[in-house]
Design a protein around this ligand. Sequence first.
Ligand SMILES: NC(=O)c1ccc[n+]([C@@H]2O[C@H](COP(=O)([O-])OP(=O)(O)OC[C@H]3O[C@@H](n4cnc5c(N)ncnc54)[C@H](OP(=O)(O)O)[C@@H]3O)[C@@H](O)[C@H]2O)c1
Length: 380
Amino acid sequence: MAAGKKSGSRPDAARSATAGISGRADSRPASKVRVGLVGATGYTGMELARLLAAHPFMFLTRAVSRREEGRALADLHPFLRGTAAGELPVSALDPEELARACDLVFLAVPHGAAMSLAADLLRRGLRVLDLSADFRLRDKAVYERWYATEHTEPELSAEAVYGLPELHGAELVGARLTANPGCYPTGAILGLYPALKNGIAGNSPPIIDAKSGVSGAGREAKVGSLFSEVSDNFKAYGLGTHRHTPEIEQELSRIAGRPLTVSFSPHLLPVNRGILSTIYVDLKSPDIPLRDIRALYAEAYADRAFVRLLPEGALPDLRSVRGSMYCDIGLVKDERTGRLIIVTCIDNMCRGASGQAVACANLMCGLPPAAGLGLIPLVP
Ligand SMILES: NC(=O)c1ccc[n+]([C@@H]2O[C@H](COP(=O)([O-])OP(=O)(O)OC[C@H]3O[C@@H](n4cnc5c(N)ncnc54)[C@H](OP(=O)(O)O)[C@@H]3O)[C@@H](O)[C@H]2O)c1
C-alpha cells in the first residue's frame, strides 16, 4: 500500500485532526499511536512537532533534547502554543523511558548519532523511524567511505526499509525500522523513477542539478548558514563529493536493474525551504514523443496523491509545494539534444524529511498512509 488518493479515511481524519489541535494529553483517544521525538530542537524535529500536533492518529508523548530538558516544547517552538504537543515538557534522552512511553520513535538527529540508539530502541520493542543517513546505505563500506564513520549496526541497514512510500509502500507496512530518504535523493529519485523503470533512459549517467534552501543544512549555528553569507547569493557546493550521491545511485540502480552512476550538483539557494532539481537524461530512443513519456509518468504516479505531474508546458516552482508533501514534476523534451529534462520540486523539510517520515510511520503502524498530511502548500 502506498500514499494513495483513495485512503477512504478523509472524513474521519479531518474530524480527528481538528480534535488533535485543541486536545489535551488526558483527552487522547486510547487508539492513538504514542510517538517519541529525539532531536526536538532541530529543524526536522520542529517540522515533525508541527505535523504531529495535528495528526489524527498519533500523539506526541516524549520530545527529547540533550540541552533543553524540562522546558515546555512551546517555549522552544512558540508556533506550538495552544496545542497539546506544545505543553509537553522536553525530556532528557533515556531509552528506557522512551520504551515505556512510546510505540514508535522518530530519530531526527545527525548521522552517526542514530545507529546505536536505534538498535537500543528496537531491542526494547519500539518501532524506529530514522531521518539520518545511518540506515540508508546497504553497503557498510560505502557508508564508512562517504560518512567517514564506522557503522556499528550493519545488520540493521539490511533490515531497514528505504522510506519512499511511492516505491516501497508494501515493505513499509508493519516495518520495524525505516531509513527515511535524504532530501535531495527524494526529488531526484521521484523524478527519475518512471524513466528508469520503463527503460527509456540511455546509458549516460543522468545529470542532477539541484538547488536547496538553507534549512537543508540543519539548525546548528554555522558561518555558511548566516543570513549575510546566504542572502543575495547563490552558489554550488559539494560537486562530485556530496554524501547523497551514493544513496541516489543505490536507489536508481535498484530501479534500473543495473549499476548506475549520476552527476549530482547541489547548490545553495537563499530561501528557507525547498529543493528544485533539474535532471537531464539522454533518451535511449531520441525519437520517442514527449506524449509517450508523459503517459509513462502518468501511469507510474496514477494513484499517488503526493506526486503531481504538471500539465504539458508547466514547470514546478518552490512555493507551490512549500509546507506540503507534494513532489511536483514537469517534463520537457529537448528535441535538439534528444534529452529528457525533468524538473522536480519538493519542500525539503516536509516531503524531503519529516512529512515523508510521518507517511512512513503511518504505514509502519497500519494507519491510513496520508493521515495528518493533507497539507495544502503555503503561498505566497
Ligand atoms: N534539514 C533537512 O532538510 C533534512 C532533510 C532530510 C534529512 N535530514 C536529516 O535529519 C537529521 C536531522 O536534521 P536537522 O536538519 O533537523 O538537524 P539539526 O537542525 O542540526 O538538529 C539535529 C538535532 O539532533 C539533536 N542531536 C544532535 N546530536 C545528537 C546526539 N548525539 N544524540 C541525540 N541528539 C542529538 C540536537 O538536539 P539537542 O542538541 O537539543 O539534543 C539537534 O536539535 C539529520 O540526520 C539530517 O541529515 C535533514
